[in-house]
Design a protein around this ligand. Sequence first.
Ligand code: F0G
Length: 351
Amino acid sequence: MTRPESLLERYRAFLARPEELFPITLGEGGTPLLKASRLGAELGLDELYLKYEGTSPTGSFKDRGMVLAVNRAASAGARAVVCASTGNTAASAAAYAAAAGLPCFVILPAGKVARGKLAQALVAGARLVMVDGNFDQALTAVRHLGEERAAAVVNSVNPDRLEGQQTAAWEVCDALGRAPDALGLPVGNAGNITAYWRGFSRYADEGLTDSRPRMLGFQADGAAPIVRGEAVPEPETVATAIRIGNPASWAGATAARDESGGSIESVSDDEILAAQREIAQLEGVFCEPASAAGVAGVRKLAREGRVHRSETVVCVLTGHGLKDPDAIGAEEGTLTPVAPDVDAIRAAMGM
Ligand code: F0G
């Protein structure tokens, strides 16, 4: 059997430095672009697609940049890697560091990291440090550790991360045979929107596409610093992945918004959770709450006539729903046991 070409080898011409090798891979990239006909009909869009990053090795888009960052850290002789994280970066760093044989330290906001993400970091042997504070404070501390050269920082302040994350934009264009008209996605630390825009711009500059999409970014109402135009000292949202009050790539996000003629707006926790269920119930795709923010936002813009029926729209589902099972509330009644006989079961089924 031939091994499938790795993500970094596939896009080597755009990424690699001369002679650069990428020995570490977990099979990242190559995530599906799903035509969402039923969800599209609900939103009033004929050409809606979901870029489902939940099929990545650690279940989120973070693997695209982490694979490049850890390959480079390892080949540069790093002795350890460190990151601050709302969970997914930690899970990804832990996995790639394990594959590279490097110790990994993850600095996390106590009580605000989804259970699946914690399990991923733990099982891979990462050393967890919980802070009695939020992600922004954890990242500030990690940047200091990086300056002291205690360990290689693999947050998106490391340029290798955003470089690798451009591959998602390239995959979208390769799958569609063109650039979409609009791209909807969640915004937290704002690295991903920055990387997508760079990726789309690179493809256009290379003449591989003849247009670039409007970038439509969405924050949660309680964690919307870019929308408000000022840092939020105590961000709060059910979408813990994007519970961020002072994004590191703020300038990159506003550049993506302004250069593309797009927008960065916010959606409520209720809208996020409703979109998460809608995506699962209409398309069979389970994403985590933060990931649903893009769909919740595009729904709103479509209703306001700011995204049009005939446009090709891609929403990025950044992470797998199983990472955060606690975000799904039980339906009243369905978890109450009945007698194990057909009459009781038929009655419970409402038939
Ligand atoms: N969606 C998910 C599932 C995420 O985990 C994140 C960020 C985002 C969206 C936002 O992307 O930060 O590039 O704007 N998670 C980071 C982490 C902060 O630590 O895992 P962004």
